[in-house]
Design a protein around this ligand. Structure first.
Ligand code: AMP
Length: 403
């Protein structure tokens, strides 16, 4: 089966063509500067096929971008398919499904309307996701089934005690203001892989998944269901991130807005784009740069790393408390998969809850699923590369096969 996975943004579109049954990736790439000057990247994964890197392709709208993707995929010389009919279905990443979607769903007119109703909850992302879906329908027609896979869906199992904010209840009742959580596809994927690595049924384990990348979130997953997560109504909550502040006293906003006359837009820009480890360090949002600067004695770079690791550790402890224990802690995404010394810092001192110091040799390995737990550790510590596109393709295949 061939599933085209699409992640559409307002002026960009990432794509992958893969087989959900084998996990084999056939091609991937990116359309950038849609509506501007159109740059197209295509990376076929079959030997002897030539890639294209940020070449000029006119893409006034997402429809031309999708058309460019299809042209590349079926190109006689460098394509990986012989015709468009070999695409069995399309899976779309959709950021916000609100309370309407607790799992992936076949796209219909009604579903499109329900997604549109979630637009106010993710005004930068959902409209772009919808544009991507409409562009696929325009180019592929309505014979090719399309599926929406939501970032928020996996977290819909959270109980009210975890998702309700302590603000007047009518804002939940009338406006649906609550914790939703994001990165759900990643948390679901790595928690399933973790259960497999433990040789257990997901329904029998308590797992804390740490998705630590440019954006970061942690989830508590009890018996296969998410019971808490760090991101909230928006992806600004929880851990400090590359440039996002994460949790802080809301009174800070009033203080700074009064003192410097910031508008709400300026304040949100500071919290989203100028904060996090970048804001604290003044060096970079990239942990590689931070570690290099800290090694040169940069105090603020070290402080930014320390704050990040301290917060991850605090959430691990609090989620173990929330679940009444934990069987495995999973690290994934850019920082989680590639930062061995950060993993040490994020787990040291947790012996009291059964986490032994990490196995240095295993923790030094890279690229694959690794159990980095130290000797005698009651809690397994696992590094699992995330693969959201594969999860989207697997969901899409499951829904399409049942049609
Ligand atoms: P992601 O959002 O999952 O693509 O993660 C991107 C982030 O991963 C980058 O901004 C880096 O901070 C981090 N990262 C990537 N490689 C490394 C590495 N070797 N060591 C530490 N952090 C890394």
């Amino acid at each position: 089966m061939n599933i085209l996975v699409i992640n559409a943004g307002s002026s960009s579109l990432k794509y992958q063509l893969l087989d959900p049954d084998t996990g084999v990736l056939l091609a991937k790439g990116l359309c950038e500067r849609i509506g501007i000057d159109g740059k197209f990247t295509y990376k076929p994964q079959l030997e002897g096929k030539a890639a294209q890197n940020a070449v000029d392709v006119a893409m006034p709208t997402h429809s031309e971008a999708i058309q460019a993707v299809l042209n590349a995929l079926i190109d006689a010389e460098n394509g990986v398919l012989s015709s468009m009919s070999e695409i069995d279905a399309v899976g779309h990443r959709v950021v916000h499904g609100g309370e309407a979607f607790a799992s992936s769903v076949l796209l219909t007119d009604e579903v499109m309307k329900a997604i549109e109703q979630c637009n106010p909850l993710a005004p930068l992302h959902n409209p772009a996701n919808l544009i991507g879906i409409n562009a696929c329908t325009a180019v592929l027609g309505d014979k090719v089934p399309q599926v929406a896979v939501f970032d928020t869906a996996f977290h819909q199992t959270m109980p009210a005690v975890a998702y309700t904010y302590a603000i007047p209840y009518e804002y939940y009742e009338n406006d649906k203001v609550r914790r939703y959580g994001f990165h759900g596809t990643s948390h679901r994927f790595v928690s399933q892989r973790a259960a497999a690595m433990l040789g257990k049924d997901p329904a029998d384990v308590k797992i804390i998944t740490c998705h630590l990348g440019n954006g970061s979130s942690i989830a508590a997953i009890k018996n296969g269901k998410c019971v808490d997560t760090t991101m909230g109504l928006t992806p600004l909550a929880g851990l400090p991130m590359g440039t996002r502040a994460g949790d802080m006293d809301a009174g800070v906003m009033e203080f700074l807005m009064n003192k410097y006359g910031f508008s709400m837009k300026e304040m949100m820009n500071i919290l989203n784009k100028k904060s996090g480890v970048s804001g604290v360090s003044g060096v970079s949002s990239d942990f590689r740069d931070l570690e290099a600067a800290a090694n040169q004695g940069n105090f603020r770079a070290q402080l930014a790393i320390d704050i990040f690791c301290y917060d991850v550790k605090k959430y691990i402890g609090s989620y173990a408390a929330a679940m009444g224990g934990v069987d495995a802690i999973v690290f994934t995404a850019g920082v989680g998969e590639n930062g061995p010394s950060l993993r040490v810092a994020m787990t040291e001192g947790l012996e009291f809850m059964g986490v032994a110091p990490l196995n240095a040799e295993e923790n030094g390995k890279r690229g694959d699923e690794v159990d980095v737990s130290g000797e005698g550790s009651k809690v397994r510590v696992l590094v699992i590369p995330t693969n959201e596109e594969l999860m989207i393709a697997m969901d899409t295949a499951e829904i399409v096969k049942a049609l």
